[in-house]
Design a protein around this ligand. Structure first.
Ligand code: ADP
Ligand code: MG
Length: 323
């Protein structure tokens, strides 16, 4: 378990991370989601003991990262934004170097190196210099060095950045597998990615946490005020009076089309299911031939835009890796 309390990082007058507090439970995959410059890497660098904090506390498995860095770091495997690879070494040589630095006993070295290479799928390239590997395989080596030594917590900073779509899918699957054995924290600025991999999503904007929940709950954040779409095989003048009489409808729009009409009905922050059931009852009672009724759900993308108000740094580079 990781407990982060009131974490703040200032660079001079600029606050990169502002009063962040959250808890990471064992066994789940967490995603830090935020635009460039949001403070994701800064937070991860502090959590892993690579950077000091201006204020606040980070406790990893009961160890304070600032007071007991050695014990705390033993629990963490970290893949920074720029992986610390030695291009002239082969994966085996590099992993041996990392394992020794992490204090893996000599008697366990071979077995652990073999097992992490298998887990990350790099066994075939065990003896090829890292500089001759594709970007996807370099990233696998980076993940292998993070998991060697059996840390319980794996922290991955933008693990799929710069990869091609096939490599992205492979790395995502690899991360999902890691999630079966480890607690994983990853960062990403790609919504669909955290939606696909993570059990919990923390949205960060300008160094502040703006949401922290399961991906499906973030979507329901936007469902309070919402829209329901109704399709009926009748003309506008049949359906309109019934919708107009619905007390929970705060507004509506009806379009006539071939063979019927589509109404979009905005509702206040009522219970969606109850509202839909009540709608159906009223349409039934008045004999309106409704054949489809669908809530218009907000995507995580909508939640993200709503919560961060497009607060990406004006001069930040846009990443081109988007599906
Ligand atoms: P992210 O990883 O979410 O893209 P970062 O944590 O890298 O964001 O950066 C957060 C903010 O802190 C950015 O505005 C960045 O420019 C600023 N920042 C990061 N490192 C430094 C530094 N060493 N000195 C000054 N500002 C920095
Ligand atoms: Mg970053």
């Amino acid at each position: 378990m990781v407990e982060v309390s009131h974490l703040t990082k200032k660079y001079g007058d600029f606050t990169a991370v502002s009063d962040l507090s959250f808890t990471i439970e064992d066994g789940l995959i967490y995603g830090f989601l935020g635009p460039n410059g949001a403070g994701k890497s800064t937070t991860m660098n502090i959590m892993t003991g690579c950077l000091s904090a201006t204020e606040g506390e980070v406790i990893i498995e009961g160890h304070d990262i600032f007071e007991e860095p050695k014990e705390a770091k033993k629990c963490i495997g970290y893949l920074p934004e720029i992986p610390p690879l030695y291009p002239d070494l082969t994966p085996v040589e590099y992993l041996e170097f990392v394992a020794r630095a992490k204090g893996v006993p000599s008697s366990e070295l071979d077995e652990q190196i073999e097992s992490v290479m298998e887990e990350t799928g790099i066994t075939v390239y065990a003896n090829r210099p890292i500089k001759n590997l594709s970007k996807g395989y370099k990233q696998r080596v980076g993940i292998a060095q993070a998991i060697i030594g059996h840390p319980s917590l794996i922290i991955l900073d933008e693990p799929t950045v710069g990869l091609d779509p096939k490599q992205i899918i492979e790395i995502r699957n690899l991360i999902k597998n890691l999630g079966k054995k480890h607690t994983v924290v990853l960062s990403s600025h790609i919504l669909s990615e955290v939606q696909a991999i993570c059990d919990r999503v923390m949205i960060i904007s300008r160094g502040k946490m703006v949401a922290f929940d399961a991906p499906e709950n973030l979507e329901s954040l936007m469902l309070g005020e919402g829209t329901i779409e109704v399709k009926a095989s009748c003309s506008k003048d049949i359906i309109e009076p019934v919708i107009a009489s619905m007390e929970f409808a705060t507004g509506y729009d009806i379009k006539e089309e071939d063979g019927g009409c589509t109404a979009t009905v905005r509702i206040g922050s009522e219970d969606r299911q109850k509202t839909q059931a009540e709608m159906l009852r009223m349409f039934g009672e008045k004999g309106v031939p409704v054949y489809q009724i669908t809530p218009v759900r907000a995507s995580l993308e909508d939640v993200f835009i709503e919560l961060t108000h497009g607060s990406s740094e004006p001069d930040a580079e846009e990443e081109e890796v988007e599906e």
